[in-house]
Design a protein. Structure first.
Length: 483
């Protein structure tokens, strides 16, 4: 009996005490995840700070570099608010070269759509389906100015923007998909094509595509089978064909699959030319781009006919973070590069973001950034650095625009099912991140003791399913909220 008593007495401090003090529920949850077999081949990083004093609420592997997935959008969007301002608007000019005779209505010259990198142009998220498209709106504006004939071309200009549309580190399996579409000087219709397939019990065929004049041939290598589709597109920027591989459920009609558009700027010019013709304006020239026509710079003598402005940046940032839109994030990153006076490229955008956060005191050596969206597995960040950025965001004049852009647990976007029925529901605001074998959350939560906390929780290389990993991370988030 004495031996049993001694054994119990000895085990108590081993389980309940760490570094001489009793661990709280949050620390126990961290220990539990650390010992979880689902993380045996990988690891997780966690760092939580009070937003007022910066006191550490919890930390684990916080100085290790972790793949952030879409939590990278926090770094990009917050820097954009700081560099451009929450009221910044993109401006896309419609201009022409040559001469316009207002009496005859003949414009002798080319019409240009001057790209500004605006991700919202003709976007289904910012242009209501019951309203005319942007190209139709522009055509009516030109018609109202008395233009009846254009003797030249309709040219989409991407001068000043990199033609290399894909960030380093993106995989071939992502590039052809709608979420892996590239970023361009002119973004158009979310840089994607919609394909509509029909299937029988043993075959699949393409019924239609939107836009119909996308200039892409579809090579279909698809089978029938399964309850869900895994039909994927394999294509690259400026390529004239796309190979569709995978499976589609049987007996489908107009089954929609979205893929990346290989040349959104050219599609913009095509749509504009078609809209001009539909409005009664004759166009004798072709639709093209400055890249295809090898136009090195815009004529300084061009005349601006119309300035199209986007919604304010705060609305764009809200869309990016709540919908986790990779295309919008990459367009925004390149805009930041352009804002420095350099070419609008991924590399210049990254340099602008890192320079911004370096000035704020963030240790940028703890950030390895190769894109703006987090789709690249080459991205790395420490939980400590990301939490520090989150805390600094609250000290800026645009803090409300940023914080309200994050989804709310149990209510919105990728957090709709997170922390349901807990004190974190409708309380925790965070950006989620998920790519293959990388999952996590970063944001803010108010604890039951009244403390506002910024946190980063990222797991890499786990062997369990993504849904199981979500549940494991959720336990830590709930325990953090209960502090």
């Amino acid at each position: 009996m004495l031996f049993r008593y001694f054994k119990i007495f000895w085990c108590v401090p081993v389980i309940l005490f760490v570094n001489g003090s009793a661990p709280n529920a949050l620390q126990l949850a961290i220990q539990q995840l650390q010992n979880d077999q689902g993380l045996a081949p990988g690891f997780f990083a966690f760092h939580a700070l009070t937003t007022d004093s910066g006191n550490v609420m919890g930390s684990h592997n916080s100085e290790l570099a972790v793949i952030p997935a879409s939590t990278m959008k926090i770094i990009t969007t917050s820097a954009a608010l700081g560099i451009l301002g929450e009221n910044f608007r993109y401006s896309t000019n419609i201009s022409y070269t040559g001469k316009f005779d207002s009496l005859s209505g003949v414009l002798q010259g080319d019409v240009f759509i001057e790209g500004s990198g605006d991700p919202t142009l003709n976007s289904e998220y910012f242009n209501a389906s019951n309203q005319p498209g942007i190209s139709e709106q522009w055509s009516e504006i030109l018609k109202a100015k008395g233009i009846r004939k254009i003797t030249g071309r309709v040219i989409a200009s991407t001068i000043g923007w990199s033609d290399n549309a894909i960030p380093d580190g993106w995989t071939w399996g992502d590039i052809g998909q709608y979420y892996g579409a590239g970023a361009y000087g002119i973004a158009w219709s979310d840089n994607k094509i919609k394909l509509y397939f029909n299937s029988s019990t043993d075959s699949v065929y393409l019924n239609s595509m939107k836009p119909a004049d996308a200039g892409v041939s579809i090579v279909l290598k698809a089978d029938v089978g399964g309850a869900k589709d895994n039909l994927l597109g394999y294509c690259a920027p400026y390529q004239s064909f796309c190979t569709m591989q995978g499976r589609l459920p049987a007996n489908q009609m107009n089954f929609e699959v979205e893929i990346a558009h290989p040349d959104p700027a050219l599609q913009c010019a095509r749509d504009m030319r078609s809209a001009l013709s539909a409005s009664g304006i004759t166009v004798t020239g072709v639709a093209t781009t400055t890249r295809i026509a090898t136009i090195p710079k815009l004529d300084s003598l061009r005349t601006v006919l119309h300035k199209h402005q986007s919604v304010p940046l705060r609305q764009i940032v809200k869309h990016i973070n709540k919908k986790s839109d990779n295309v919008f994030a990459e367009q925004l990153l390149r805009t930041l590069g352009k804002s420095t006076g350099n070419e609008g490229s991924t590399e210049n955008g990254v340099a602008a973001v890192l320079a911004f956060w370096k000035k704020k005191g963030v240790p940028i050596q703890q950030i390895h950034m190769t894109d703006g969206s987090g789709l690249s597995r080459s991205n790395l960040v420490t939980a400590s650095a990301l939490s520090q950025i989150l805390r600094l965001c609250l000290q800026q004049k645009w803090n409300e625009a940023f914080e309200t852009s994050l989804p709310v647990a149990g209510k919105e976007g990728s957090l709709t099912s997170l922390c349901k029925g807990t004190c974190a529901e409708n309380n925790l605001h965070a950006k989620s991140g998920y790519i293959n074998r990388a999952r996590g959350y970063a944001g803010y939560v108010k604890t039951t003791s009244g403390k506002k906390v910024c946190f980063t929780l990222l797991a890499n290389n786990y062997s369990c399913s993504p849904s199981d990993m979500k549940k494991k991370l959720e336990k830590i988030l709930v325990k953090l909220a209960e502090q």
